[in-house]
Design a protein around this ligand. Structure first.
Ligand SMILES: C[S@@+](CC[C@H](N)C(=O)[O-])C[C@H]1O[C@@H](n2cnc3c(N)ncnc32)[C@H](O)[C@@H]1O
Length: 287
């Protein structure tokens, strides 16, 4: 194992191309691999082995720090462009959404957007989840880009993320499109983080409500997004609310994850294409 780590660290040390900002994917991958070395548990007790492993860990840490600095500079520049109102241009060139072959897990796009949005982890305790509520995890950025691309959002669209967590989806929609976006999230600590990020980035078209989706005002949304925020009876209640709304006007729903088959079986919705839990499915309401 030490020999493998040695070759890996040396390769990453020597690969100067990783310092070029545009090598985002490769750099993030290299940083992940360096972390594997840093956090590797010693498997032998001999002093020579431990000394060699420590030395490798220090080299890995130092190279990781150098690459992290490149990332910070890159994200600083992107943040600056967003604050100055460059919108989608700020991220153009960085965000390619073409590869959805690996539906789950996070990648270099999530690393970039995580740094760009700089969402601070809530300091306060998170309220316990009620039955049927799904714990917080953000939509992988490539799916948000896929949603943005396929929904062809316009200035008069209002995207409502039902169970928005720390707000990745509304923030990205507002940065990358002319549409407005609203996140509804019952955990106020997440909502506070999302609001702070929107304010710091001067993203005014993203708003956040600290409310339960079952009670919040949904009368303005034109696209409702669900990254399986709840299941069972709660999903049923929310689908019934949306169905009531659909009797008054037409709108779209976008889903990702295990809630997709349940949404697809609603007779008042028509899917665009074959519904799949593994990628965003778009539906239109029919009266
Ligand atoms: C799987 S996460 C999705 C986060 C976000 N939509 C995203 O894609 O990045 C589900 C979120 O829904 C929230 N949630 C669950 N039930 C809710 C409810 N009834 N009202 C509002 N938020 C809810 C959870 O607190 C959690 O943050």
């Amino acid at each position: 194992m030490l020999e493998t780590f040695h070759i890996l660290v040396r390769e990453i040390e020597q690969d100067r191309s990783l310092e070029r900002p545009e090598q985002l994917r490769e750099r993030v991958r290299a940083m992940d691999r360096l972390e594997d070395v840093v956090w590797h548990e010693a498997t032998e007790t001999s002093a020579t082995y431990r000394a060699a492993l420590d030395k490798l860990r220090r080299r890995a840490q130092s190279r990781h720090a150098a690459l992290a600095e490149v990332q910070q500079r890159l994200c600083g520049a992107v943040r600056c462009a967003i604050v100055q109102g460059a919108g989608a241009h700020a991220l153009r060139g960085w965000l390619h959404h073409d590869d959805l072959s690996e539906p789950w897990g996070y990648d270099h796009l999530d690393a970039l957007i995580g740094d760009v949005l700089s969402l601070d982890e809530p300091a306060e305790a998170i309220a316990a989840l009620e039955r049927d509520m799904v714990f917080y995890q953000p939509t992988p950025v490539r799916h948000v880009l896929d949603l943005i691309h396929r929904a062809r959002l316009r200035r008069d669209d209002i995207v409502v993320d039902l169970g928005s967590g720390m707000g990745h989806v509304p923030l990205l929609v507002s940065i990358c499109t002319d549409a407005q976006a609203c996140g509804i999230e019952r955990e106020s600590a997440y909502v506070d983080s999302a609001r702070r990020a929107a304010e710091a980035l001067h993203v005014e078209r993203a708003t956040f409500l600290a409310q339960d989706v079952r009670e919040a005002d949904i009368s303005r949304g034109t696209v409702f997004y669900l990254y399986t925020p709840f299941t069972g009876d709660m999903l049923r209640q929310v689908l019934d609310r949306l169905h009531d709304e659909a009797r008054r006007r037409s709108f779209r729903i976008a889903t990702l994850g295990p809630c997709t088959p349940a949404v697809a079986s609603e007779p008042w919705l028509r899917a665009a294409g074959e519904p799949s839990a593994d990628r965003v499915t778009l539906f239109r309401s029919v009266s």
